[in-house]
Design a binder for this molecule. Structure first.
Ligand code: NIG
Ligand code: FE
Length: 416
């Protein structure tokens, strides 16, 4: 029998429903319901609305009533649309070297950089990697993140990439939150590969892609388009093959030099992520396309680089999502809310733009149509913050964390 639950009264419920996918948003556009309730039906939302009205409807369904005793603001469960939380090892030494003025090349020569994490990740077993993902995803859950994208990309061979993606699939079975996996075998040319960039990509596409399909490990392919990784020319045929096989595309684009976003638009990618180096030309091209721009403030903070020009992207009419990029190298913090607040402060984003970037627009960055807003038939994924004013949430720069997190109609975290 389907279980109905009514949760309320909620001082302010910000449904994020009905907002446009693209362009600037004003706080006045946020749909706020005062004295609200959420009526859930199993995993989904049956209805949202005035608490007293919903109580009447709920009584005809024999619902469980969960009556809240103090002020709460309710938001959809947050979505972190770009992470690398499947890894082993630490890059604390890179951090120290970077801050003492060492260049990217010097750090790589001293044994640091992405390859260092590849070496450590290859040493770890699938179970150890799975355990790490579960641990990190559970930390994110307490911060209200109910959906997490997780990339491979520290295996860099058919066998090792499979190990990572199987670990992510297994971790998903142990978690309350949902993991969306992505294959990032094109993160860099592995140092031990006996061939050039094109040969490596051809091997991945012909050998790994079919197994990804067969084992249902992912339906998303990512690549790092950058001077130190893969060129536009190398990556276009790789993405074309992936598209032909039915994969969705996402790109690490314009992080240090422009180029990746152009390819993202050309191959009709779902998202172009990073964009710290995007100029007005790239911003315009992205805004005119259906590609979602994903800002990763955690990487800017970690590397001491410019932030993604989020204000310009929105003003040009682009769709902006914000993600943590949690990884051991450039973004070890793993705190989406804090990073989104900081981006908002430096890029002068409205609270509506920041909140949309980690809810409804983040869902679009993962092509998920069943979450990111609170409305009938959406998943009942939401968080409750102990406050009577939604502006308090971003104002506290990530230090006001949810008191309750609900996933698929169940309370999965309650603060004590
Ligand atoms: O998104 N830019 C490339 N990849 C990651 C960093 C990975 C690493 O340094 O381990 C990123 O920032
Ligand atoms: Fe990344």
């Amino acid at each position: 029998m389907t279980k109905y639950k009514l949760i309320g009264p909620i001082t302010q419920l910000i449904s994020m429903n009905g907002l446009p996918l693209k362009g600037a948003l004003k706080d006045e556009q946020l749909p706020v319901i005062f004295n609200a309730g959420i009526l859930t039906e199993g995993e989904h939302i049956h209805s949202i609305g005035n608490y007293t009205d919903l109580k009447e409807i709920a009584s005809s369904f024999d619902s469980e009533i969960i009556e809240l005793q103090s002020n709460y603001v309710c938001l959809p469960g947050f979505i972190d649309s770009h992470t690398h939380i499947c890894f082993s090892g630490s890059r604390a030494n890179d951090y120290a070297m970077r801050n003492s003025g060492k260049s990217y090349l010097e750090i790589a020569e001293a044994g640091g950089g992405i390859w260092d994490t590849v070496t450590n990740t290859r040493t770890a077993s699938q179970e150890e990697l799975c355990h790490g993902v579960v641990k990190r995803a559970n930390l994110l859950l307490k911060n209200g993140i109910t959906t997490i994208e997780v990339k491979s990309g520290y295996g860099l061979s058919v066998t090792e990439e499979l190990k990572m993606l199987r670990a992510i699939k297994e971790a998903n079975l142990h978690l309350e939150s949902d993991l969306i996996s992505t294959c990032l075998a094109a993160h860099m040319l592995p140092k031990d590969y006996d061939g050039d960039h094109q040969e490596y990509l051809n091997e991945i596409a012909s050998t790994l892609f079919p197994i990804l399909k067969e084992e249902k490990l992912t339906n998303r392919i990512d690549a790092f388009v950058e001077q130190s990784a893969f060129s536009k020319e190398n990556i276009e045929p790789y993405f074309k093959k992936a598209t032909e096989m039915g994969f969705d595309i996402t790109v690490h684009a314009d992080q240090f030099t422009p180029g990746g976003s152009e390819i993202a638009v050309k191959v009709n990618a779902v998202s172009a992520d990073h964009l710290e180096a995007s100029t007005d030309t790239e911003i315009k091209t992205l805004a005119e396309s259906d590609v979602i721009s994903v800002a990763l403030p955690g990487a800017s903070i970690g590397l001491g680089c410019d932030f993604t020009p989020a204000r310009k992207i929105l003003d040009a009419g682009g769709a902006l999502s914000i993600a943590s990029d949690w990884n051991p190298g450039s973004a070890p913090m793993g705190d989406l809310l804090t990073q989104a607040c900081i981006l908002g402060t430096f890029q002068k984003l409205s609270n509506a733009e920041v909140l949309a970037g980690i809810t409804t627009r983040a869902a679009a960055a993962l092509k998920l149509k069943d979450r990111g807003k609170l409305a009938p038939r959406m998943l009942a994924d939401f968080c409750l913050f102990s406050t009577d004013n939604f502006n308090e949430i971003l104002y506290h720069q990530g230090k006001l964390t949810p008191s309750q997190v609900w996933k698929c109609g169940d309370a999965v975290y309650i603060e004590h």
